[in-house]
Write a protein that binds this ligand. Structure first.
Ligand code: T1G
Length: 699
């Protein structure tokens, strides 16, 4: 006879004979918010004080076991009971407690399992300690209990990588005791009965000792000092794992302090902003509502972008028709796509047995007429307006009614492209970032006449492709490239005025960028910027200081970066070394312009570069090209390698403050009043104490 009683709205106890089940039901991911913590503690204490149950099984309702602490509580005053204390109460329970875990048992969720006396996984389970991705470390016993069960190397691996560990590996490593098939509640009944009958062994995790491995700890600490000096919580992880040699109370004390220290860092604030921003950015009204069919996609152009886009669509299970104008180009496109798909298999992104079927969904063609029945066409040919207009004119006559006609243009006016068709309501910008099958950003650029269901379908495509869809208004460069065009001039001005390209790169890599702007230019190809400067020459603002002198001369030498073996750097035999000849060009340009070079500190470089980025980002929000500051942040995190722990340009701006930013801009304006102007939105914030975070809340 089963009797169920609610401890609170989220936690219930079900008693069946001599066993008791505790069910956690806190959609959508059973996060351990205050009520869950309170309820769990009360449930364990009640069952122990009543003393009737011979075994307790803890399981969760819904699609997953507990996915962690409730991140929305972070940064707010802590509300008792604290998770580590609840888990100690579970571990100290006189009645054996077994965790039944399904879905993703992550962070505090996995730590809940570790505090139980045995752990049973349901097939498909993944466990992990992803706190490092939030600028934190496991703060409820993970650094103390994983080493006791699976050793120090595994604990360091899980906590430092944040990776999800498969149930199979967890079983092999002793992190779970059994792996079964079935539904959580049924499995909970079964394992509780086995525990009560002594058929499933249980023990308190903290009764075990951590096997000593000082070498793993010392080597990891040394490696992190070299590679992650600017980060915080990773070092604390090693400290906390080392404390797992100590008895539970002392070890948990050290872990707790490390967790509290990490919680105070701007890195934690930045990474949590990134976590929620990634979800909020496409959670907008325009992304909801009816969508159009999205089964068959036509891609025009088999170059790098077209092949990447086709690859992304194939990996998402879509039918893809790739159209090129010539056999040679088509063959090249197919070869690139095949290489991309095989790369996905090697990277573990695609099961080997699925490779042929995925490639089988690709239909190459030399005839645009074959696009008559596709749901969506993505044009990805080179950036010339007349070529694009010609293609859209043809598509207008070929494609079925209701087909969406999209351009992958990275800065051209999509209203102008739409205007050549009789169906402007079906035209959309889908701006992918290279490599399109890897980079997660997709700018969804919305022309004036585009229909609502076309915009919603753009967001549905982003979700299907596993990308972060960001709505952008039509302007030169939309969100990301428009801001890049502005702040990249600062890097050039710094070099003209005295810094070396290498110093600028090193300073920004020290700020957290994976690569400085000159290395990025060499990687992408300096000729792209050169073509853009030439394209814009006729319309360039004469009042603006020209920033392209040095880069133009480098390109005139045919030095386009990696693809030509040299640019700002020389690329030989796997080494990347400064190209001394560019420094000679720099001296020559400075002499011609009568510039006497002055020195800049790395801090000067970062401040100017970031302030320029913030200025244009603020303007992009002010004129509505981006709906909210977080939209700009997500563009830069997912498309431009902006350091995730900084949260994005405008989240970072809030850490400086509008007032200080305005003072900086006004100081720089003394050198160049045209380039350095205070955006009105920033002036207002400086005056009324507003922040970009406030605008996100309003947005
Ligand atoms: N807290 C609060 N909300 C959360 C959440 C969490 N931990 N995880 C997800 N959500 C929300 C999310 O914002 C979204 O809300 C909805 O749930 C669905 O999420 C003490 C301190 C579990 C793999 O880092 O990795 O435990 O947008 O869209 O793609 O040591 O969510 O619908 O309003 O991502 O199926 C550690 C974070 C926390 C896991 C599911 N745990 N979550 O992915 O759904 S720190 C994590 C995820 C911690 C302890 C420490 C994923 C997922 P909305 P979703 P999904």
């Amino acid at each position: 006879m089963a009797a169920t009683r609610k401890v609170n709205d989220l936690i219930s106890i079900e008693e069946i004979g001599a066993i008791a089940l505790i069910c956690i039901d806190n959609p959508p991911v059973n996060a351990t918010g205050q009520a869950v913590r309170q309820g769990l503690q009360e449930a364990i204490e009640t069952l122990n004080s009543e003393g009737k149950a011979k075994a307790i099984a803890v399981y969760a309702a819904g699609r997953t076991f507990v996915a962690g602490a409730d991140i929305r509580e972070f940064g707010k005053p802590p509300m008792p009971p604290a998770l580590p204390d609840v888990f100690n109460i579970i571990e100290d329970s006189a009645i054996p407690v077994v965790a039944v875990m399904h879905g993703t048992a992550l962070g505090g969720g996995f730590e809940l399992g570790l505090s139980c006396h045995a752990r049973v996984g349901i097939e498909g389970l993944k466990v992990g300690l992803p706190e490092i991705n939030l600028g934190l470390l496991p703060g409820a016993g993970g650094t103390q209990r994983v080493p006791r069960l699976a050793g120090i190397p595994m604990a360091l691996d899980m906590a430092l990588s944040g990776r999800q560990v498969s149930a199979k590996e967890a079983l092999e490593k002793g992190l779970i005791d059994r792996l079964v098939a079935g539904e959580p509640r049924e499995v909970a009944v079964q394992v509780a009965e086995e525990v009560a009958a002594g058929k499933l062994a249980t023990r308190r995790t903290c009764d075990l000792n951590t096997p000593k491995d000082d070498k793993a700890l010392d080597d990891t600490a040394a490696m992190l000092k070299k590679t992650q000096a600017h980060m915080y919580s990773c070092h604390k992880i090693v400290e906390a794992v080392r404390a797992s040699y100590l008895p539970r109370t002392e070890g948990l004390k050290i872990e707790r302090q490390a967790f509290i220290d990490s919680m105070q860092t701007p890195q934690r604030a930045g990474m949590i902003h990134a976590f929620f921003g990634e979800r909020a950015v496409s959670n907008i009204p325009e992304a909801k509502g009816p969508t159009r069919p999205l089964e068959k996609v036509g891609v025009i152009g088999g170059g790098t972008m077209g092949s990447g886009i086709a690859t992304a669509c194939l990996l998402a299970g879509l039918q893809v028709r790739l159209v090129e104008v010539a056999e040679e180009g088509l063959k090249r496109g197919i070869a690139t796509i095949t290489k991309n798909i095989d790369g996905a298999v090697q990277r573990g992104k695609l099961k080997a047995e699925k490779r042929d079927a995925v490639l089988g969904a690709l239909t190459p063609s030399l005839n645009m007429g074959d696009l008559a029945d596709v749901d969506l066409v993505i044009e990805a040919v080179f950036e010339q307006m007349d070529v694009k207009k010609d293609i859209f004119t043809k598509l207008d006559g070929i494609c079925k009614d209701g087909a969406i006609l999209a351009s992958n243009t990275s800065y051209l006016d999509i209203n102008e492209i739409a205007a050549v068709t009789k169906r402007p309501q079906d035209v959309l910008g889908l701006h992918f970032f290279s490599p399109a099958h890897v980079m997660r950003l997709l700018e969804i650029v919305v022309p004036d006449k585009t229909a609502a269901d076309v915009v919603a379908t753009g967001f549905a495509l982003a979700k299907k492709l596993g990308k972060v869809g960001v709505r952008a208004g039509v302007c030169d460069g939309f969100i990301g490239n428009r801001i890049l065009a502005h702040y990249s001039k600062t890097a050039s001005y710094l070099v003209l005025d005295g810094a070396s390209p290498m110093q600028v790169d090193n300073a920004l890599e020290g700020f957290g960028f994976a690569m400085g702007p000159h290395k990025v230019g060499d990687l992408a190809g300096l000729d792209i910027g050169w073509m853009t400067r030439k394209r814009k020459a006729a319309t360039r603002d004469p009042a603006e200081r020209y920033a392209g002198d040095v880069a133009d001369k480098i390109c005139e030498n045919g030095w386009f970066g990696r693809k030509s073996g040299r640019g700002y750097y020389v690329y030989e035999g796997g080494a990347t070394v400064p190209n001394e000849e560019t420094l000679a060009i720099l001296d020559q340009v400075r002499a011609e312009k009568g510039i006497s070079p002055r020195s800049f500190t790395d801090e000067d470089i970062v401040d100017r570069y970031m302030t320029a980025m913030i200025v244009e980002a603020a303007r992009v929000v002010e004129d509505g090209t981006a709906r909210r500051p977080l939209d700009v942040d997500m563009v830069f995190l997912f498309g431009y390698g902006f350091p995730r722990f900084r949260g994005g340009p405008l989240h970072y701006a809030d850490t400086i403050g509008a007032k200080a930013l305005v003072e900086r801009i006004e100081a720089y304006a003394k050198e160049d009043p045209h380039y350095w102007q205070v955006p009105a939105i920033l002036a207002r914030m400086a005056k009324d104490g507003g922040t970009f975070a406030d605008l996100n809340k309003e947005g």
